[in-house]
Design a protein around this ligand. Sequence first.
Ligand code: ADP
Length: 288
Amino acid sequence: TFKSRRGLPQKRRIRDVQKVVAVSSAKGGVGKSTIAVNLALALARRGIRTGILDTDIFGPSIPTLLNLHGEPRLDSNNCLIPLTNYGLKSMSMGYLLPQASSSPPSDTELTTSSPPPMDTTPISWRGLMVTKAMQQLLHSVSWGPLDILILDLPPGTGDVQLTIGQEIILDGAVIVSTPQDIALRDAVRGFGMFQKMDVPVLGMVQNMAFFACPNCGHETKIFSHSHSHVHDAEGGVVAQCQRLGIEFLGDIPLDARVCEDADRGMPTVVAEEGDQNSVRRQAFISIA
Ligand code: ADP
């Protein structure tokens, strides 16, 4: 295991942060960031001091989701001061790169607002720069006292995820999956990765398993092949959880409102705050 290997950097706690929970998915586009930000907001709404760290260097989505685009300032220790909206503190590579860019940041780009140059960096340097940028995000943010920090991991089970697991102590991981066979198979790999890193898997969230028709309210299952109801333990994420012996944390319906809320930078947990009957909002709240 990673624990017993020698020569690896010592895992550290993030300063002032009680618990760090990673939200992960083995595949892109399954709704990981949407769920991570809504869960973080649900916790913040309960008075829990919460932050969210977007560790997706190449495709940061937290700035859009939280409608935050300013450039973070540095405190007297040269640590980045998080940007806050809806009572949730956040940090993302998206705040540090003024333009959408697929190139990893250099040291200077982390603190200046000049547009990133065209990427002519040799491949062998890119890995180093990504590691450097990641270390700054993990260790040089002045969160202040937080009860929980949600980590929005990049999709997949690659080097970046391993680096994070080696750099900091993760108190738990939540895996997001759709009920699609392929996504589920990949989710098992994600589970294996956290096991290797000695990170407890808190459970799995199933996204987009059913579509709630806005007109008639009928629920249609989208991906599943069987005709059992989504809450039955016969298919999808529920069955996978049983096989792996982890908790099924709940379902988020496929709903255009969830997407619209995300796109306009006011996630569902905030957008539908006053609506006690919102199934969408309630789904996030109960998982959090
Ligand atoms: P990931 O982080 O896994 O790449 P995102 O959270 O960026 O995925 O979601 C991908 C797209 O799907 C976004 O446009 C988002 O608004 C949309 N989306 C996510 N979950 C839902 C849902 N439950 N209902 C409708 N749209 C969703």
